[in-house]
Design a protein around this ligand. Structure first.
Ligand code: ZN
Length: 326
């Protein structure tokens, strides 16, 4: 979040007073000479709680605690937890936009994770808001570094596919190989943003009832076959796979379920789900040590040289602005 004078909008200001934690810095506007707190430009705004407490709440959520247990352990009201989540999510997205770019991946896998906002799609009524119902989190994962290069929360349709691939394309360079599932709108989107400069394949899954199932089988469909289908360029058959993104998404799914419960328990808005996903993605990339890599995906991808704490994740933008201002 960019700091500017809340009284006159000026972007020229100086540090007037430092009060312990970075977010409590007071600035003085060079144009109207009035003072203001830097706190409103950080994930620590909107509450009088101490920064340490806010960090602790976000940490609990990122590490998979339920809202109920976070509320109980830290004695913070649920409404406050949710407003912290919204600010932290917005901040996390700005961190992703600043750091996760200019990448040169070799093998990338796409996937979409299902969740819902407010009401499940099947129970929607005609006059319900358009943002209710199915919501999909689109994820692009670098197979080698396990970095989530790009994500988008939207529907599972052509418009979302387009927006997702546009964002993905803006963060990477160089010819590489990508695999998606058999969802058709990927093809147009990939052609639009990469032309022929990519090796792109789809893993088309064939669903059916299990072979040993009784003839009166009513259970969920299973994947009975996955057909590697080259679409653009010459994708290496051995790397036409979505197994890494699917495995990595198991954890994500678990967090997402909690986020969905959190979102649906309160304001039931798509924006809250977006905030939760943005926070999870930044935490996954920068703070969580990957079990097989032994470092964070961001370190493996060369975006940073150390494991970030949740506090560092929440402070990173504020620090940069403060450095500029000092
Ligand atoms: Zn001013």
């Amino acid at each position: 979040m960019k700091i500017k004078c809340p009284h006159c909008g000026s972007e020229s200001f100086k540090v007037h007073q430092r009060n312990g934690h970075e977010c409590n810095t007071i600035y003085r506007c060079q144009d109207c000479l009035r003072c203001f707190s830097g706190r409103r430009f950080t994930p620590y705004a909107d509450t009088k709680l101490k920064p340490e407490k806010i960090v602790s709440v976000i940490q609990h959520l990122c590490e998979g605690n339920s809202v109920r247990s976070t509320e109980r352990l830290l004695r913070v009201h649920r409404g406050t937890v949710l407003s912290m989540l919204a600010l932290a999510g917005e901040h996390a997205q700005s961190v992703t936009d600043e750091y996760v770019r200019k990448l040169r991946p070799k093998y990338v896998q796409f996937d979409e994770l299902w969740t819902f906002v407010h009401t499940k799609e099947a129970h929607l009524r005609r006059r319900d808001p358009a943002e209710w119902g199915d919501a999909y989190t689109w994820v692009a994962l670098d197979s080698q570094t396990k970095l989530i290069i790009s994500h988008l929360v939207g529907k599972r349709d052509a418009a979302s596919a387009n927006e997702f691939i546009a964002d993905y394309a803006s963060r990477i360079g160089g010819i590489h190989q990508a695999t998606s599932d058999g969802f058709k709108p990927y093809i147009d989107a990939i052609e639009t943003y990469f032309g022929a400069d990519i090796n792109f394949a789809q893993l088309v899954k064939v669903y059916g009832s299990p072979k040993e199932a009784p003839p009166d089988w009513y259970g969920p469909a299973e994947v009975i076959n996955a057909i590697p289908t080259p679409i653009i360029g010459e994708p290496d058959e051995a790397h036409i796979s979505t197994s890494h993104v699917e495995r990595s998404n198991l954890n994500f799914r678990m967090h997402l379920r909690r986020f969905t419960r959190l979102v649906n328990a309160f304001s039931k808005k798509l924006d809250n789900l977006k905030a939760a996903v943005a926070l999870y993605v930044a935490w996954y990339n920068f703070c969580r040590v990957h079990r097989t890599l032994r470092v964070t995906p961001a370190m493996e991808a060369g975006l940073t040289d150390h494991v970030w704490s949740v506090e560092e994740l929440l402070n990173v933008g504020a620090n940069a602005s403060n450095k500029q201002a000092a």
